[in-house]
Design a protein around this ligand. Structure first.
Ligand code: NAP
Length: 445
């Protein structure tokens, strides 16, 4: 594949608008896959000053070579070559936890700054990597690790630094959003929507990380650190799968003026962080409801500035590479100016809970017989839970009858306790689907 290249005949990158005495910052890309390839394309085609791509490192690198990069770029399968070179900024886009963590540590320890798109790694050991970077007077930037090309990390860290943010809520996983949008607009089952997403490359062969919420909670943990200054491990955030959502749930949700999205939400209240990644009902008029396909959206709320919305392409080689190159440029600028970017300091280690007080959606699938509603109402009343409405779609099979109960606002933990008792009832065809209804002012109570 060929592309427009801003290189001279000897293969040297043009200096662009840089002045002759401005230092050029050498860049290595480690991992030449989807994102690595797009980063190289932008560095090659746009040649943003004052950057120069000097190394590409990948295992079995011979099969990775492309003809559109200048001959001056060194292709290597040894990370030692990168470490011992005059590279200033190492771009880690190979993913995974190891050897990635070791390589990033070694790059920082040898006086190189790092840009990474690796949410799993940053959500687990971001704080240690940041303090290692600082101790070496280097930087580690991870703008591409959340919401791909949407500049939400820099938006929260710099653009909203003047506010006192207390809540972050968003759609952080494009695969889930694509699957839910397909169930909603085509009335297909979850299994069919997933197969379609896999065929189109929107979902991995093993989609567990996405559909069970593990990917989104790693991103939420990063956002909670950057925006809410909370030290939170991803494993402490509740996540629930979208796999039980059926097209009938969209019909019921619509009757309530809502739709269903995988929502990642974190709200700081005193020393408690209310946080969860789960499918939830959101109002049709909310910006969250209008996020289609694989788009991402993040809403932050601050004491002084109120609500701010960031949206755009949450994944894909080129959008993610834009975030990576923006981070490289920011590091080059601060190095040029001789300053070290302020780190994302976590000031609070909160108690993490998912015990939000909201209205609730309970969808049952039952073998029909008289007295079912009365039995459920009795159990809910034992936990002091008030029923708000009961909806039943007409014309369904008596042997697998879906119906809906909505509950007035109460704590999620109470509902879960009642559902444990309800799970023992013999008329249930499937376990009850329990979703929070996130409408109005979504404050943790
Ligand atoms: N793709 C996206 O839309 C997106 C969005 C946001 C963030 N990210 C993050 O960006 C990172 C890269 O994602 P990607 O989609 O570009 O992945 P990818 O297409 O699988 O590329 C990874 C590259 O790294 C190489 N690699 C993996 N392990 C290696 C090792 N131990 N030594 C040397 N090379 C190794 C792979 O080589 P092989 O060809 O041999 O496997 C491959 O070329 C991940 O952290 C991902 O979470 C991706």
């Amino acid at each position: 594949m060929s592309g427009t290249s801003k290189f001279d005949a000897t293969g040297k990158q043009n200096a662009g608008t840089a002045t002759h005495d401005a230092k050029v910052w050498n860049v290595a890309i480690v991992g030449f896959g989807t994102v690595g390839n797009s980063v190289a394309r932008i560095l090659c085609e746009r040649a943003p000053s004052p950057l120069r791509l000097t190394h590409i490192c990948n295992r079995s690198v011979a099969r990775k070579k492309v003809d559109w990069l200048p001959p001056s770029v060194q292709w290597t399968e040894s990370f030692e070559d990168v470490l011992s070179s005059d590279v200033d900024i190492v771009v880690e886009v190979m993913g995974g936890l190891q050897p990635t963590e070791d390589w990033i540590r070694r790059a920082l320890a040898s006086g190189k700054s790092v840009v990474t798109a690796n949410k799993q790694l940053i959500s687990r050991c971001g704080p240690e990597l940041i303090s290692l970077a600082r101790s070496m007077h280097q930087e580690i930037a991870f703008g591409a690790s959340v919401a791909g090309g949407v500049p939400v990390i820099s938006g929260l860290h710099e653009g909203l630094a003047g506010d006192d943010l207390f809540k972050i809520c968003g759609i952080l996983n494009g695969t889930c959003n694509y699957i839910l949008s397909q169930i909603e607009s085509n009335g297909v089952s979850f299994a069919t929507a997933l197969r379609e997403a896999q065929k189109l490359g929107f979902a991995e062969a093993d989609p567990t990380e996405d559909i069970d919420g593990l990917d989104a909670r790693a991103k939420l943990a990063i956002l909670a650190r950057v925006g809410l200054h909370c030290n939170v491990q991803p494993a402490s955030i509740l996540c629930r799968s979208i796999s039980a959502i059926d097209s009938v749930d969209f019909e019921y949700a619509n009757q309530l003026g809502c739709t269903i999205r995988q929502i990642s939400m974190a709200e700081l209240k005193g020393d408690q962080l209310f946080a969860a990644v789960q499918p939830a009902l959101v109002e049709l008029s909310s910006p969250l409801a209008r996020v289609e396909g694989s788009q991402n959206l993040v809403m932050s709320t601050g004491t002084y500035g109120g609500e701010t919305v960031f949206g755009g392409h949450g994944a894909g080689g080129h959008p993610t590479a834009v975030a990576v190159v923006s981070d490289i440029l920011a590091i080059a600028r601060s190095k040029q100016a001789g300053v070290c970017e302020e780190a994302h300091a976590a000031e609070i280690t909160p108690k993490v809970t998912a015990d939000f007080a909201t209205r609730h959606y309970l969808r049952f699938l039952v073998k029909d017989r008289p007295g079912i509603i009365a039995t459920l109402a009795t159990i809910l009343a034992e936990y002091d839970i008030n029923i708000e409405a009961v909806l039943q779609k007409p014309g369904c099979s008596k042997s697998a009858l879906p119906f809906l109960i909505t509950l007035e606002e109460c704590r999620a933990s109470l509902v879960e306790q009642a559902l444990q008792k309800i799970a023992l009832l013999d008329f249930l065809v499937h376990p009850c689907l329990h979703l929070p209804i996130l409408v109005g002012d979504l404050h943790a109570k």
